[in-house]
Design a protein around this ligand. Structure first.
Ligand code: AMP
Ligand code: MG
Length: 355
């Protein structure tokens, strides 16, 4: 599809007629790039095997990596979990899970994905054969309008080629996956800029599988207790979210943390690259700038929300520069900073090992 199409022509302002057309494309089993408040998604009808298989194909995503199902509201979401039978709580399910569902769903719409026992309304291809399903009600006016027009939920992973940096603009989607999508709805730049928080509901309290916009601190305040990975970001294997591979979210260029770079410079065997770029999380003075061939300041004030929101766009821009090596700051690991550092560890880890 769209072999020779100019990527820009796939992008549509979110008028009522464009949203109607997007709903029609999805109904026909095609893929549509959609804005959400976290990152852009690659959407398909979650109830159709043929449509969902196009997502895996377009992204080059392993079939073992399950997808998040998006619905217009918490009531619509109930159908896809076995926690409810019609409007009622399912008496055969541990009531602790249903209580947690009620608490979690009060945070919707928002950047929170909840992993729960699935119902039979969701095909195996979406859950990668698991007996759980990941569900989210996104908080973006365009996506919500679209969901209301679709008589089915939308499976929508981030709209990037598997393992590359997630897209935060419509242009990122059209550039990366233009050959696979019928169209991209332009909802502007994503507000959060990092993927949703994922929690799995459990009898002994929810587990944080992926940090995101809804922070561990917020979750603790509403649930009382949550299970969080240890300081190094390690879960036991049983707790790790599928698809959360160490090398996720990487730019193509070598990316290292600033402190690692300083260590490399002291290593006599390190061969300094031709051009080195610095991605900074605050203002740099002239001396700091002069050590690098190119500098990107993600946010002059060092505000973590603003850093999160621009980070992926800057990573993509730096990846397209002529620098051979990219050096990036660390940030404080509190609030959204935990999600930022989680993504950066995955983006830098494999690279660290090549040096
Ligand atoms: P993406 O939409 O690209 O951010 O990826 C969705 C992520 O959600 C996957 O990589 C998994 O880590 C997680 N996920 C989806 N379904 C499940 C599930 N049933 N159990 C645990 N994690 C899940
Ligand atoms: Mg992704």
């Amino acid at each position: 599809m769209n072999q020779a199409t100019d990527p820009a022509s796939l992008i549509h302002p979110p008028t009522d007629s464009a949203i109607r057309r997007a709903a029609a494309e999805l109904t026909a089993g095609n893929l549509v790039g959609v804005p959400t408040e976290t990152v852009y998604g690659l959407a398909a009808d979650a109830t159709r095997d043929d449509a969902v298989s196009k997502i895996y194909q377009a992204k080059g995503r392993p079939s073992t990596n399950p997808l998040i199902v998006h619905t217009a509201d918490a009531t619509a979401a109930r159908r896809y979990t076995s926690l409810f039978v019609g409007d009622r709580r399912n008496a055969d399910v541990d009531s602790a899970l249903i209580d947690q569902w009620d608490i979690a769903s009060a945070l919707w719409p928002g950047p929170l994905t909840v992993v729960v026992p699935r119902s039979t309304s969701i095909p195996d291809i979406v859950t990668a054969g698991r007996d759980t399903v990941a569900i989210r009600v996104p908080d973006h006016h365009v996506m919500r309008k679209l969901l209301k027009q679709c008589p089915f939920p939308l499976a929508a992973p981030s709209a990037n080629v598997s393992n590359y940096v997630s897209p935060t603009t419509a242009r990122h989607v059209a550039d990366g996956l233009g050959q696979s999508v019928a169209m991209v709805l332009d909802g502007g730049r994503c507000d959060w800029g990092v993927e949703s928080t994922i929690i799995q509901l459990n009898a002994d309290g929810p587990r944080l599988l992926r940090p995101g916009g809804i922070t561990a601190e917020q979750l603790r305040s509403v649930f009382g207790q949550i299970h969080v990975p240890d300081q190094d970001g390690n879960h036991t294997q049983a707790q790790v979210a599928p698809g959360q591979l160490p090398t996720h979210y990487s730019p193509d260029k070598t990316l290292v943390f600033l402190d690692r770079y300083e260590t490399l410079l002291r290593d006599p065997s390190f061969q300094a690259p031709q051009r080195t770029g610095r991605i900074a999380f605050g203002k740099l003075n002239d001396a700091q700038r002069s050590r690098f061939d190119q500098v990107w300041v993600v946010d002059e004030t060092g505000d973590l929300r603003r850093i999160a929101s621009s980070l992926f766009a800057v990573l993509r821009e730096a990846d397209q520069s002529d620098c051979d090596l990219l050096v990036i700051d660390r940030c404080e690991e509190s609030g959204i900073g935990r999600a930022i550092m989680d993504r950066l560890r995955r983006a830098t880890r494999s690279v660290d090992q090549t040096h």
